[in-house]
Design a protein around this ligand. Structure first.
Ligand SMILES: [Ca+2]
Length: 476
């Protein structure tokens, strides 16, 4: 399904004229933050004034989704404008980067001053530390980058925070003033103090990211660059908790995403259009007046954010496709857990290609799920009646097909794929998923590439070339 052609200029509904100068592009991406965990989204415990400011000044997406809920493939999709399964080995965590074309490179060739800070594309091939990260040359700070900018050149900057990735200092959230009574506990976890404290530690790191956004905004203001800068603030995958990160449920794939461009975008709008990470690169290129690359399967959402209104702007943006291949694994042979999904307003359908594998990694350690207090608690108390019904959905095997009716089941806890009244929906969702995967030549359908046999760099060595049976790396 090739994306519709991209307009050369934003919609006529844009509230302001496009500036004649090409805009600066500032992309801020956190590491492991779910959509719900901003003040703007209504979380009762976290404070994110800078994210909220960008949302109020611009447009917030309520349906922004990663291509894959795992660092490396998620970032690769953002950079290349392609679904992670189109990137072969780069569709896995800790993978290689065999010279894909990326938007920072295109913008650099067009005269942009390009750079990145902290976590760019990765984790992956360590040779890129020498040869350069696809997100651009590395800088120590945004202020250093701006000082290095050639006079009058527009810039493209990637700020890759390492928050709120684990590990956390135990009890740090509560110590910093996040009251455990205020913490919202998703129904995936037992509601108890250790879990609430673990979430509070995570929320504190979300606040650290927000403070970093504040520093970026202050630097923009100091240089007088705020007005003509397109800012996108988001994350790379969901919170590092069981059934969240590395899963295709909303707490793994659905991201906070706010977009502002003060000179062009009217503020205060909330759009429900579905946007995927492959849409980011075409959006940045269009903003710079550059056609998307032929191989990009994403589609610019510049028309959505310049429409000057809320709601569903583009009726065709009514679905998104996500997936996953090899995350950290922890499975014999170094194989991954291949999944693909289609998410609409009403339904989430997931196809599990290898249902005899363990989604969270092999027992007893389930190392494809990040080590955490919450995980430890669920494993230690798995036989308790209040924990047992939550342990299986997080760590147990799953059927080949999952279907969730989001109108009745927004937390995606009750699989209705085998319920007779949903048979028509199941067939339709599967057909639409397969149509898209076929159109984008997903190797899971075509057999043109084997993700499970692709090399993975871990702990100073490439696997599975040398010793696949010991490949049980932890998540990143
Ligand atoms: Ca991540």
């Amino acid at each position: 399904m090739r994306a519709a052609s991209v307009r050369a200029v934003p919609s006529e509904r844009a509230v302001c004229a496009m500036p004649t100068d090409r805009p600066n592009i500032l992309f801020a991406i956190s590491d492991d933050q779910s959509f719900a965990h901003t003040g703007y989204a209504g979380d009762p415990a976290v404070r994110t004034p800078h994210f909220d400011h960008i949302a109020e000044q611009g447009v917030i997406f309520t349906n922004a989704y990663v291509s894959a809920p795992s660092c490396t493939p998620s970032r690769a999709a953002a950079l290349t404008g392609r679904n992670h399964w189109e990137l072969r080995e780069t569709g896995n965590l800790w993978s290689a980067w065999p010279g894909r074309r990326v938007y920072p490179e295109v913008l650099a060739q067009a005269g942009y001053h390009v750079g990145h800070e902290r976590k760019g594309w990765g984790p992956g091939d360590p040779a890129l530390r020498v040869h350069g990260n696809p997100a651009g040359p590395r800088y120590g700070s945004f202020r250093e980058f701006l000082a290095d900018r050639p006079r009058a050149a527009p810039f493209c900057y990637w700020f890759g925070s390492t928050q709120p990735h684990r590990p956390y200092v135990e009890g740090s959230g509560r110590h910093a003033g996040i009251a455990l009574d205020d913490v919202a506990v998703p129904p995936y976890f037992p509601d108890c103090d250790p879990v609430r404290a673990d979430i509070a530690d995570y929320l504190l790191q979300c606040q650290v990211y927000d403070a970093q956004i504040g520093e970026l905004l202050a630097a923009l203001e100091a240089h007088g660059l705020h007005e003509n800068t397109l800012i996108v603030v988001t994350s790379d995958n969901g919170m590092p908790f069981p059934r969240c990160k590395a899963n295709l449920y909303d707490y793994g794939t659905r991201m906070p995403m706010a977009v502002s461009w003060p000179g062009v975008i009217a503020g205060g709008h909330t759009v429900t259009d579905f946007a995927g990470f492959a849409d980011l690169a075409p959006t940045f290129l269009e903003a710079a007046g550059i056609e998307p690359l032929e191989e990009m399967s994403g589609r610019s959402f510049l028309d959505v954010v310049t429409a000057g209104r809320s709601g569903r702007i583009d009726p065709e943006r009514d679905r998104v496709f996500c997936g996953r291949e090899r995350h950290a694994t922890g499975r014999q042979g170094g194989v991954g857990y291949p999944m693909r999904s289609i998410r609409t307003d009403e339904f989430l359908y997931i196809r599990n290609f290898e249902p005899t594998r363990w989604p969270a990694g092999d027992p007893p350690d389930f190392t494809d799920c990040d080590q955490s207090i919450t995980k430890d608690y669920m494993m230690a108390h798995r036989d308790l009646p209040e924990v047992a019904p939550l342990f299986e959905p997080a760590f147990g095997m799953r059927p080949a097909e999952e279907l969730y009716d989001l109108r009745r089941d927004p937390w995606q806890m009750t699989n209705v794929a085998q319920v007779r009244e949903y048979e028509g929906v199941r067939r339709r969702m599967l057909a639409e998923l397969e149509t898209y995967l076929s159109a984008t030549r997903d190797p899971r359908l075509t057999g043109e590439f084997d993700f499970d046999r692709a090399y993975c760099f871990w702990n100073g060595r490439w696997f599975p070339r040398s010793c696949p049976q010991v490949f049980t790396g932890r998540s990143r």
